[in-house]
Design a binder for this molecule. Structure first.
Ligand code: CTP
Length: 402
């Protein structure tokens, strides 16, 4: 249920026996990571107490437009409606359904419903014959014609003892439907991305290596942000202490630049976006000792060989449908060097890090970067958290892809 995490859900509960299920619904939504605020009608309170829903939602339940007549304290239904990412009215009774269709607004729930700009889901609940009635059918159709989303009723034994249609959908089904709604609207749904992160370690012997201070935080933040927006991400990671768990991130762990090249070559052709944020070691020891090298009086010499340039290989093999992003870490002539790198490696965009800020670069949670594009646009970003830099970078790629 990753798409409900952090979502703001307004749950409207009206007077129907299925109001007891709204406790389970609230619980499921909170468990899925949503922030839930509940509005109840007076009728709903005959079936379930506000205290139950306030406790489960971890927020006070709202029901009155005017909370205190003497002091004039009232609940701003417009703000409430704007706060929500989605409104769910479950259960919606035949009575409330009728009022919604005709635009009546004599309680807080109806006022908020009329003010809502977010998607509104409604889950009818009533007895068999009420559900069958032509007016109910018409009201449901009208609600749909206004753009609201029906959560269909279930079939089976009803509270009255009758058998048939009219039972409110089960809380798990409602949560699933809302989750699927958000998932289907993810902007990068189905896009395949390849991201590299972290350092590479180039072995000298079984216990020593040449490496660098890259923490991998930038690349992991990029992979996570892409996945959150719906992309299918392959993360090729050098050695780091970071972990990422996301259903759309597949992590391939590698150690050296040569391992990273091999993994990237296997994954490259299917990736539409490739973001190469790893700090690949430029050199590796020519020889790797099988045994631990013993200390001697002689001055040791490690001969180095040039590592393959993975990004350059990608630039040479990329198709017009692929977008290739590199990183550059420069300490002098930064812009000029980054532009040269972008050209030499045939990139669409390069993220320049100049390490000019105290809180920027290896190991920090923040970064200060400049985005430079192949058509020579330069976009300096403020010092931000790496998560925010990842968001800005992906926002930029998304805009450019439109
Ligand atoms: N890169 C790579 N393979 C290498 C070296 C670097 O794929 N062997 C990638 C990095 O992941 C980064 C970009 O190339 O996206 C720039 O890396 P950088 O080390 O700044 O550039 P170099 O080409 O190595 O140039 P220099 O070290 O001279 O600055």
């Amino acid at each position: 249920m990753t798409f409900l995490k952090g979502r703001r859900i307004l749950l409207g509960v009206t007077g129907s026996i299925a109001a007891y299920k709204s406790a389970f619904l609230t619980r499921e939504l909170v468990k899925a990571g949503a922030e839930v605020r509940v509005i109840m009608t007076r009728g709903a309170m005959d079936f379930i107490t506000p205290l139950t829903l306030a406790t489960l939602s971890k927020n006070p339940v709202l029901s009155e437009l005017i909370e205190d007549r003497e002091t004039g304290v009232w609940t701003n239904h417009v703000d409430l409606a704007l706060w929500a990412d989605a409104m769910i009215i479950a259960p919606v009774s035949a009575h409330s359904l009728g009022k919604m269709v005709t635009g009546q607004s004599d309680n807080l729930l109806l006022l908020t419903f009329l003010s809502a700009k977010c998607p509104v889901f409604f889950a009818p609940s009533m007895d068999l014959d009420m559900f069958k009635h032509g007016s109910t059918r018409e009201n449901i159709e009208k609600m749909q014609s206004f753009g609201h989303i029906l959560i269909p009723v279930g079939k089976g034994e009803l509270a009255s003892g009758l058998e048939g249609e009219g039972r409110m959908a089960e809380p798990e089904e409602i949560v699933q439907q809302i989750h699927d709604y958000f998932e289907a609207r993810l902007p990068l749904r189905g896009k395949k991305a390849l991201v590299t992160a972290g350092p590479t370690y180039e072995r000298i012997d079984p216990v020593r290596f040449i490496g660098n201070f890259s923490s991998g935080k930038m690349g992991y933040a990029i992979a996570h942000e892409l996945a959150e927006r719906g992309a299918e991400v392959t993360l090729v990671s050098g050695p780091t202490s970071l972990k990422v768990e996301h259903q759309r991130i597949r992590t391939i762990h590698v150690e050296s630049a040569q391992d990273m090249l091999k993994a990237c070559q296997q994954e490259f052709s299917v990736a539409e976006w490739v973001i190469m944020s790893a700090a690949v070691a430029d050199y590796r020891p020519v020889e790797q000792s099988e045994q631990k090298i013993k200390k001697t009086d002689a001055q040791p010499v490690v001969h180095l060989a040039l590592n393959p340039d993975i990004l350059k290989w990608m630039g040479e093999h990329k198709s017009p449908a692929q977008t290739l992003v590199g990183f550059a870490l420069e300490t002098n002539n930064a812009l000029e060097n980054a532009r040269k790198k972008l050209k030499a490696k045939n990139l669409d965009l390069i993220v320049l890090n100049t390490l000019q800020d105290d809180q920027s670069g290896f190991g920090y949670d923040t970064n200060k970067v400049t985005l430079i594009t192949a058509d020579n646009k330069t976009l300096p970003l403020e010092l931000k958290t790496k998560t925010e830099v990842a968001r800005d970078l992906i926002d930029y790629l998304q805009q450019s892809a439109q």
